[in-house]
Design a protein around this ligand. Structure first.
Ligand SMILES: [Zn+2]
Length: 341
């Protein structure tokens, strides 16, 4: 793992095969938030005796607050698993003001690196609090027990820099940027993508180096976006297609897969080196085709055709290519030809 300067939102980092061993003996009284599968993987390795192990099956704020009342006195919280277990740990650590230890068992989402905890409130995800892992533990062998396609999905929210940065530039060109525009941020984002590009085979095969490349990418992204206070270079029109589909189909998706589909469509709408980024996604093995997500062709077509309206109605969304390019049926038919349903 490379040393990264700046606000990475990681206080300390421990990585390597077997790096989870014995961590429970070093941190005083601790609580664990996890799920059954990841817990089975690590429970004999981490050492020490947890005050309590809480299995997390939802991140409803009301539910987490109820659990919070029953939690014993602790010095630390360890979050072990994917997004939800880690988000719950972040929430508890923030509310109790105790040390956070993050042990992601998959790198499919960046919850283990972002400061705010994603919780559900009135059926909407909101981001609250502020926490930094101390340490973040990246144990390659543990992470490799997760399905490859899910670990590779971790690249989705980094490749979205390709389309989102274009959108920000596009907003600036139209004098619609919501934030002070920064070419430096865009150039730094490009470096993240280039670094991933140099590690395509490693990521595809989920090697140690490939896992590092994804984690380093997110840490770099934090150093660019946390000081600015927004993730404009990483979130744009590709995410808005996902929001539309989520509202339309009322179900969740593997985040990196659906963002990949957004990159496929929006890079073409933008006329933004779409051949390059689509080939990148193909070569790295990102499963962005609708078939993987069980999205039917008529749903995707309807969603794309509704996008212009969707961004008009949702006035809080940032200005992107969707605000200026009218999406018509011919174009939709043309681009969906190359997708697998
Ligand atoms: Zn995202």
């Amino acid at each position: 793992m490379k040393h990264i300067n700046g606000e990475t939102n990681v206080k300390t980092l421990r990585f390597g095969s077997g790096s989870i061993k014995g961590i429970g003996k070093e941190i005083g009284r601790f609580l664990i938030t996890t799920m059954e599968v990841p817990w089975a993987l690590v429970k004999n390795e981490i050492g020490g005796q947890p005050e309590e192990v809480i299995f997390i099956n939802n991140v409803d704020q009301e539910n987490l607050d109820k659990l919070l009342l029953k939690i014993p006195d602790i010095d630390a919280v360890i979050g072990i698993g994917g997004g939800m277990a880690v988000d719950a740990a972040k929430y508890f650590s923030w509310r109790r003001d105790v040390r956070l230890i993050s042990i992601p068992t998959i790198v499919s989402v960046d919850a283990f690196l972002t400061p705010a905890a994603g919780v559900r409130c009135n059926n909407k995800v909101i981001y609250v609090g502020n926490s930094s892992p101390d340490p973040l533990v990246i144990d390659y062998d543990i992470i490799r027990t997760a399905p490859k396609t899910l670990n590779i999905a971790g690249i989705g929210d980094l490749l979205s820099i390709h389309t989102a940065s274009f959108d920000w530039q596009h907003a600036e060109n139209n004098t619609k940027s919501e934030y002070p525009f920064s070419q430096d941020m865009i150039l730094s984002g490009k470096k993240i993508i280039n670094n991933l590009y140099n590690n395509i085979d490693e990521i595809k095969n989920v090697t140690n180096r490939g896992i590092d490349a994804i984690v380093e990418g997110y840490m770099h992204l934090n150093t660019i976006c946390l000081p600015a206070g927004h993730f404009r270079i990483e979130e744009g029109s590709e995410h808005y297609l996902f929001y539309e589909l989520e509202e339309r189909l009322k179900r969740s998706f593997i985040h990196g897969h659906i963002v990949g589909l957004g990159i496929f469509c929006m890079s073409q709408l933008q006329n933004n080196q779409s051949d390059y980024i689509i080939e990148f996604m193909n070569n790295v093995g990102l499963d962005y085709h609708p078939q993987t997500m069980k999205i039917k062709k008529h749903d995707l077509v309807s969603s794309l055709l509704n996008l212009n309206n969707f961004v008009k109605e949702n006035t809080h969304l940032w200005f992107t290519i969707i605000n200026t390019e009218k999406i018509n049926n011919n174009w939709v038919q043309e681009i969906t030809k190359n997708l697998i349903f």
